[in-house]
Design a protein around this ligand. Sequence first.
Ligand code: FES
Length: 370
Amino acid sequence: MSIRELSQLQNAISWNTRKTPVTCINVIQETHDVKTFQFQADDAQLFHFKPGQFIGLNLEIEGQKHNRSYTIASSPTRPHILEVTIKKEAGGAVSPWLHENIEVGSSIEVRGPAGRFNNLDTPSKKVLLISAGSGITPMMSMSRFWTDLQPNKDIVFLNWVRGVEDIIFRREIALLDSRNKNFKPEIICTQPGLSENWLGKRGRINKTTLNDMVPDLAERTIFCCGPEGFMEAVKSCLQVLDFDMANYHDESFDPGGKKKKVSLAKAELSKINLLEPTKREFPPIYSLKLKKSKLELEVKPNDILLDVLESANVDIGSSCRGGNCGACHVVKLSGKTHTRTEDGLTDEYRQQGHILTCTTKLLSDVELDI
Ligand code: FES
């Protein structure tokens, strides 16, 4: 089956269930502060998603609800298991709790896949996967996918870590390397330390090392994931090397959204505000009907849809609150809305009538399929 055919199949049977109860079937200690959690659905459910996408975890910790998004590390070619690989963030409210409390047999609820960053919507011949730290998880999903379906896919896999003890999936990367002649991994340590006689590459990313490690850079499609500063460094190197940035894709959870698009959207919004409410003596109150919840709410023109739903205790999940991650999508059945930015919405979801609630305001009465 070609990638295109598989992509079409994925679209036809997409897993977009809002809430899926799952049970943990395995926990793997990847490094001193990173664990992989494997889940199976409680009801028969195959996890169809695109490598690079993420899921939301609905958690209740000491009586408080928490929603967190994590990239899926497993591959849709093995759809019975859903896997997330999570670093324990010191001082975090959720990841330490997950590390300490989720074990085999634990039950949680996950929300279906979201996110535009994936390798199925971006056809490619040769790829370069660049990551730092936990940014390796979408790269692992893509690598597992390609090596399952296209063992000859030309993949350069670069991962920057601080020390040897921070290398995630170390043995599996070596296994993929040994079984796929065109899978070329390189782990680069910025501070290898003294714990091991590290014979691999060292140092931070710069244009010289990038060019040396990937001499055919210009022929590759790049997927990049890591901390914001790392991705900025990667982009600067690529620009200096005259790389065609149309072939560069990265994962960003910038909660403020992309500044250029926001200011454009503000201009659009001010036009709409001029056209709509000024003709009325009082601002209109719109009716928001929620079909499945059997609720009807009153909404003012400046209300953000996600805030309205949360105030009514309708839990749909959210993460970035800036239109980038796609976690807060719902299906709109009728009515007019204005969305400031919808970078996080995939093309299929858009065609299926989904909207992002965190960046949407109502322009008329609206009905949603929730
Ligand atoms: S919460 Fe991320 S797009 Fe709405």
